[in-house]
Design a protein around this ligand. Structure first.
Ligand code: DGL
Length: 253
Protein backbone atom coordinates (compact mmCIF):
# COMPACT_ATOMS: atom_id res chain seq x y z
CA UNK A 1 0.00 0.00 0.00
CA UNK A 2 1.63 3.18 -1.20
CA UNK A 3 -0.82 5.79 0.00
CA UNK A 4 -0.18 8.39 2.64
CA UNK A 5 -1.07 8.50 6.29
CA UNK A 6 -2.57 11.95 6.88
CA UNK A 7 -1.83 13.59 10.23
CA UNK A 8 -3.22 16.97 11.21
CA UNK A 9 -3.42 19.50 14.01
CA UNK A 10 -4.40 23.15 14.38
CA UNK A 11 -0.70 23.95 14.11
CA UNK A 12 2.66 22.43 14.80
CA UNK A 13 1.72 20.56 18.01
CA UNK A 14 0.80 17.39 16.12
CA UNK A 15 4.45 17.02 15.16
CA UNK A 16 4.88 15.39 18.58
CA UNK A 17 2.53 12.65 17.32
CA UNK A 18 4.07 12.53 13.84
CA UNK A 19 7.46 11.94 15.46
CA UNK A 20 6.14 8.87 17.33
CA UNK A 21 4.41 7.57 14.18
CA UNK A 22 7.64 7.90 12.19
CA UNK A 23 9.54 5.90 14.82
CA UNK A 24 6.99 3.10 14.68
CA UNK A 25 6.29 3.16 10.94
CA UNK A 26 9.60 4.26 9.36
CA UNK A 27 8.69 3.13 5.84
CA UNK A 28 5.37 4.93 5.57
CA UNK A 29 4.70 8.22 3.79
CA UNK A 30 3.00 10.96 5.77
CA UNK A 31 1.21 14.19 4.96
CA UNK A 32 1.37 16.56 7.92
CA UNK A 33 -1.27 19.29 7.74
CA UNK A 34 -1.07 22.29 10.08
CA UNK A 35 -4.21 24.44 10.09
CA UNK A 36 -2.25 27.60 10.88
CA UNK A 37 -5.05 29.78 9.55
CA UNK A 38 -7.27 28.76 12.47
CA UNK A 39 -4.88 28.07 15.36
CA UNK A 40 -5.64 28.03 18.30
CA UNK A 41 -8.57 25.60 18.13
CA UNK A 42 -8.85 25.44 21.90
CA UNK A 43 -10.50 28.83 22.13
CA UNK A 44 -12.99 28.30 19.27
CA UNK A 45 -16.49 26.85 19.36
CA UNK A 46 -17.23 23.20 18.67
CA UNK A 47 -19.12 24.14 15.49
CA UNK A 48 -16.18 26.14 14.15
CA UNK A 49 -13.81 23.24 14.76
CA UNK A 50 -16.13 20.73 13.10
CA UNK A 51 -16.11 22.97 10.00
CA UNK A 52 -12.28 23.19 9.89
CA UNK A 53 -11.87 19.47 10.50
CA UNK A 54 -14.34 18.56 7.75
CA UNK A 55 -12.29 20.56 5.24
CA UNK A 56 -9.02 18.97 6.31
CA UNK A 57 -10.47 15.47 6.15
CA UNK A 58 -11.71 16.20 2.64
CA UNK A 59 -8.20 17.35 1.73
CA UNK A 60 -6.78 14.07 3.11
CA UNK A 61 -9.32 11.97 1.22
CA UNK A 62 -8.61 13.91 -2.00
CA UNK A 63 -4.90 13.18 -1.49
CA UNK A 64 -5.51 9.44 -1.19
CA UNK A 65 -4.80 9.05 2.48
CA UNK A 66 -5.34 5.48 3.68
CA UNK A 67 -5.66 6.56 7.31
CA UNK A 68 -6.16 9.86 9.09
CA UNK A 69 -4.72 10.78 12.47
CA UNK A 70 -6.29 13.66 14.34
CA UNK A 71 -3.17 14.75 16.24
CA UNK A 72 -5.20 17.23 18.23
CA UNK A 73 -7.01 16.54 21.51
CA UNK A 74 -9.29 19.52 20.95
CA UNK A 75 -10.48 18.42 17.50
CA UNK A 76 -10.86 14.83 18.69
CA UNK A 77 -13.09 15.87 21.54
CA UNK A 78 -15.26 17.86 19.14
CA UNK A 79 -15.51 15.61 16.18
CA UNK A 80 -14.18 12.10 15.94
CA UNK A 81 -17.41 10.12 16.27
CA UNK A 82 -19.04 12.13 13.48
CA UNK A 83 -16.08 11.47 11.18
CA UNK A 84 -16.08 7.74 11.77
CA UNK A 85 -19.65 7.61 10.52
CA UNK A 86 -18.84 9.64 7.42
CA UNK A 87 -15.75 7.72 6.31
CA UNK A 88 -16.22 4.07 7.21
CA UNK A 89 -13.41 2.84 4.89
CA UNK A 90 -10.64 5.12 6.11
CA UNK A 91 -9.48 4.51 9.68
CA UNK A 92 -9.64 7.76 11.67
CA UNK A 93 -7.55 7.72 14.84
CA UNK A 94 -8.00 10.44 17.44
CA UNK A 95 -6.10 11.41 20.57
CA UNK A 96 -7.28 12.02 24.12
CA UNK A 97 -5.47 13.08 27.29
CA UNK A 98 -3.42 10.10 28.56
CA UNK A 99 -5.24 9.90 31.87
CA UNK A 100 -5.27 6.10 32.14
CA UNK A 101 -1.47 5.55 32.38
CA UNK A 102 -1.16 8.57 34.66
CA UNK A 103 -3.75 7.21 37.08
CA UNK A 104 -2.17 3.76 37.03
CA UNK A 105 1.48 4.65 37.55
CA UNK A 106 1.12 4.64 41.35
CA UNK A 107 -1.47 4.12 44.07
CA UNK A 108 -4.04 6.96 44.08
CA UNK A 109 -1.87 9.65 42.47
CA UNK A 110 -2.59 13.35 42.29
CA UNK A 111 -2.85 14.07 38.58
CA UNK A 112 -2.87 17.47 36.91
CA UNK A 113 -4.39 17.41 33.42
CA UNK A 114 -3.28 20.33 31.26
CA UNK A 115 -5.33 20.85 28.09
CA UNK A 116 -7.06 23.53 26.03
CA UNK A 117 -10.23 25.17 27.37
CA UNK A 118 -12.31 23.33 24.79
CA UNK A 119 -10.90 19.87 25.63
CA UNK A 120 -11.54 20.40 29.35
CA UNK A 121 -15.07 21.68 28.72
CA UNK A 122 -16.20 18.94 26.32
CA UNK A 123 -18.30 15.97 27.38
CA UNK A 124 -15.70 13.49 26.11
CA UNK A 125 -13.16 14.62 28.70
CA UNK A 126 -15.78 14.85 31.45
CA UNK A 127 -16.64 11.20 30.76
CA UNK A 128 -12.96 10.20 30.78
CA UNK A 129 -12.45 11.93 34.11
CA UNK A 130 -15.52 10.30 35.63
CA UNK A 131 -14.09 6.88 34.69
CA UNK A 132 -10.97 7.43 36.82
CA UNK A 133 -12.09 9.73 39.60
CA UNK A 134 -12.23 6.92 42.17
CA UNK A 135 -8.60 5.97 41.51
CA UNK A 136 -6.90 9.37 41.71
CA UNK A 137 -7.19 13.03 42.62
CA UNK A 138 -7.65 14.63 39.22
CA UNK A 139 -7.15 18.36 38.67
CA UNK A 140 -8.24 19.51 35.20
CA UNK A 141 -6.58 22.75 34.14
CA UNK A 142 -7.51 24.74 31.04
CA UNK A 143 -4.34 26.37 29.74
CA UNK A 144 -5.16 29.07 27.18
CA UNK A 145 -2.01 30.75 25.88
CA UNK A 146 0.59 27.96 25.86
CA UNK A 147 -0.19 27.03 22.24
CA UNK A 148 0.73 30.54 21.11
CA UNK A 149 4.18 30.30 22.73
CA UNK A 150 4.84 27.01 20.94
CA UNK A 151 3.62 28.42 17.64
CA UNK A 152 6.14 31.25 18.00
CA UNK A 153 8.88 28.70 18.61
CA UNK A 154 9.28 29.96 22.21
CA UNK A 155 9.91 26.67 23.96
CA UNK A 156 12.02 27.70 26.92
CA UNK A 157 12.01 31.51 27.08
CA UNK A 158 11.86 33.58 30.27
CA UNK A 159 8.45 34.89 29.10
CA UNK A 160 7.10 31.36 28.77
CA UNK A 161 8.41 30.35 32.18
CA UNK A 162 6.86 33.42 33.85
CA UNK A 163 3.56 32.57 32.13
CA UNK A 164 3.76 28.93 33.26
CA UNK A 165 4.68 29.92 36.78
CA UNK A 166 1.51 32.04 37.11
CA UNK A 167 -0.58 29.18 35.70
CA UNK A 168 0.98 26.34 37.67
CA UNK A 169 1.71 28.06 40.99
CA UNK A 170 -1.14 26.31 42.87
CA UNK A 171 0.26 22.91 41.79
CA UNK A 172 3.97 23.50 42.38
CA UNK A 173 6.24 22.21 45.14
CA UNK A 174 4.95 18.71 45.69
CA UNK A 175 1.19 19.04 45.29
CA UNK A 176 0.93 16.75 42.23
CA UNK A 177 2.55 13.43 41.31
CA UNK A 178 1.84 13.39 37.59
CA UNK A 179 1.05 15.77 34.75
CA UNK A 180 -0.92 14.76 31.68
CA UNK A 181 0.04 16.85 28.67
CA UNK A 182 -3.44 16.84 27.13
CA UNK A 183 -2.63 18.99 24.12
CA UNK A 184 -0.17 17.90 21.45
CA UNK A 185 1.61 21.27 21.61
CA UNK A 186 2.61 20.77 25.25
CA UNK A 187 5.32 18.07 24.90
CA UNK A 188 7.44 20.78 23.24
CA UNK A 189 7.41 22.80 26.48
CA UNK A 190 7.77 19.87 28.86
CA UNK A 191 11.23 20.97 30.03
CA UNK A 192 9.95 24.44 30.87
CA UNK A 193 6.97 22.96 32.75
CA UNK A 194 9.27 20.59 34.66
CA UNK A 195 11.53 23.49 35.66
CA UNK A 196 8.61 25.61 36.86
CA UNK A 197 7.11 22.73 38.90
CA UNK A 198 10.23 22.72 41.05
CA UNK A 199 9.97 19.02 41.98
CA UNK A 200 9.89 15.70 40.18
CA UNK A 201 6.62 14.80 38.45
CA UNK A 202 5.88 12.04 35.96
CA UNK A 203 4.75 13.26 32.54
CA UNK A 204 2.28 11.48 30.28
CA UNK A 205 1.15 12.26 26.75
CA UNK A 206 -0.84 10.32 24.17
CA UNK A 207 1.56 10.48 21.19
CA UNK A 208 3.05 6.98 21.36
CA UNK A 209 -0.33 5.39 22.08
CA UNK A 210 -1.84 7.03 19.01
CA UNK A 211 1.04 5.80 16.85
CA UNK A 212 0.47 2.23 18.10
CA UNK A 213 -3.27 2.49 17.52
CA UNK A 214 -2.65 3.77 13.97
CA UNK A 215 -0.41 0.80 13.21
CA UNK A 216 -2.98 -1.60 14.68
CA UNK A 217 -5.82 -0.13 12.59
CA UNK A 218 -3.73 -0.25 9.41
CA UNK A 219 -2.74 -3.85 10.06
CA UNK A 220 -6.34 -4.80 10.70
CA UNK A 221 -7.34 -3.45 7.29
CA UNK A 222 -4.17 -4.79 5.63
CA UNK A 223 -3.16 -1.27 4.67
CA UNK A 224 0.39 -1.22 6.06
CA UNK A 225 3.22 -0.65 3.60
CA UNK A 226 5.33 -3.81 3.63
CA UNK A 227 8.33 -2.84 1.46
CA UNK A 228 11.55 -1.23 2.72
CA UNK A 229 11.54 2.18 1.07
CA UNK A 230 12.60 5.11 3.27
CA UNK A 231 9.56 6.94 4.66
CA UNK A 232 8.98 10.64 4.06
CA UNK A 233 6.81 13.56 5.16
CA UNK A 234 5.09 16.19 3.07
CA UNK A 235 4.16 19.35 5.01
CA UNK A 236 0.95 21.23 4.20
CA UNK A 237 -0.14 24.41 5.88
CA UNK A 238 -3.43 26.32 5.51
CA UNK A 239 -1.65 29.64 6.00
CA UNK A 240 1.22 28.69 3.67
CA UNK A 241 4.03 30.36 5.60
CA UNK A 242 7.60 29.36 4.89
CA UNK A 243 8.67 30.38 8.36
CA UNK A 244 6.33 27.75 9.87
CA UNK A 245 7.67 25.14 7.51
CA UNK A 246 11.18 25.78 8.83
CA UNK A 247 9.93 25.57 12.43
CA UNK A 248 8.26 22.21 11.59
CA UNK A 249 11.58 20.85 10.36
CA UNK A 250 13.45 22.10 13.44
CA UNK A 251 10.90 20.64 15.88
CA UNK A 252 10.77 17.29 14.13
CA UNK A 253 14.54 16.98 14.21
N1 DGL B 1 -2.66 20.77 19.63
C1 DGL B 1 -4.03 20.81 19.88
C2 DGL B 1 -4.53 19.87 20.94
O1 DGL B 1 -3.97 18.81 21.10
C3 DGL B 1 -4.79 22.11 19.73
C4 DGL B 1 -4.21 23.34 20.26
C5 DGL B 1 -5.01 24.55 19.85
O2 DGL B 1 -5.02 24.86 18.66
O3 DGL B 1 -5.63 25.17 20.74
O4 DGL B 1 -5.51 20.12 21.60
Amino acid sequence: MNNFIGIFDSGIGGLSVLYEAMQLLPHEQFIYYADEKHVPYGEKTREEIIGYVDEIIQFMIDHDCKAIVIACNTATSADVSILRKEYPDVPVVGIEPALKPAVQFMEHPRVLVMATPMTIREEKFQRLMARYEKDAEIYPLACPGIVEFVERGELNSAGLKAFLYRLLKPYCEGTVDAIVLGCTHYPFVKDAIAEVMGNTVEFFDGGAGVARETRRRLMEKELLYTGDRKGRVIFENSAATLEKLRLCEILLN
